[in-house]
Design a protein. Sequence first.
Length: 337
Amino acid sequence: MENQDWKNLGFGYRDTDYNVRCYYRNGNWGELEISSSNVINLHMAATSLHYGQEAFEGLKAFKGKDGKIRVFRMDENAKRMQDSSDGIMMAKLPVEKFQEAVRLAIKMNKKFIPPYESGASLYIRPLLIGTGPEIGVKPSEEYLFMVFVMPVGPYFPEGFKPTDLVIMRKYDRAAPQGTGKYKVGGNYAASLVEGGLAKKGGFSAVLYLDSKKKKYIDECGPANFFGIKGNTYVTPESDSILPSITNKSLIVLAEEMGLNIERRPVPWEELAEFEEVGACGTAAVISPIKRVYDADNDHEYVYGTEPGPWSTKLYNKLRAIQYGDAQDKYGWVEVID
Ligand SMILES: *Cc1c(COP(=O)(O)O)cnc(C)c1O
């Protein structure tokens, strides 16, 4: 990877040398196994293929100026995967085992971790699938947990730049009391049609409203929503939002910077009142939004073509912690030797 153009990697699948696997059989998790193959052998009647027993996670590791490798809040990802497992009746992987697998996957692929200067990072994708054969609708008795990694370019290779969102009320991402709060593949399958339409229209993502009343803002396809007005960071509260670890972290930093925090239902009409709007998640940290287009009412909410001051401050602070440039007051990063 010596002559790699790290900056222009983008976010695409890329092979690395090794991945980590762990099987659940006869009611027990086995030992971690290292594989150099990028394929798995799967029963054609596996529940993951037929009934969507699949959950995933996404996190990143960063190389610092000091050459150290840091991984961000992986205990939170481990716990969230347990919640997802409960949500679709899969075997729960112990938090410690999840962490061990992530550490191992990073260590085995050290040469793929982009250098500090590139602004790129190592994306880590853990996933859990039902592997046991069933044809009746019921949970599998066997599971496979895997972790693979790949280098990804900086989300904003040309600099931190705002994009547009679109509201289209005829599409739902998740049912009101459904699986929206779990990180399961099924939610993503359900979002592909409108996600594709949004991209075609030049928008970066769909901004979903609550599925029941279409009254409140839920989240973006793959990222949580926040708005800033006056001295307040506002983010929606809803049963169908995926609890973003980035959002959770930004809330802590925002509070530290002196902002008030409001986590509550956010009526879509409030879009008119925000001074800054952003989408947040592991991929970009913050994707500032310059415009939300309400396609049903042919109305647009405009927030300026440059990222707002609070979004910029929050983005810089979180990135600095991740890369080891700012003090890690909250114990969010673990150094991997
Ligand atoms: C993963 C995900 C997010 C972002 O979560 P992070 O932990 O911040 O990466 C937001 N919304 C959905 C639907 C997601 O799947």
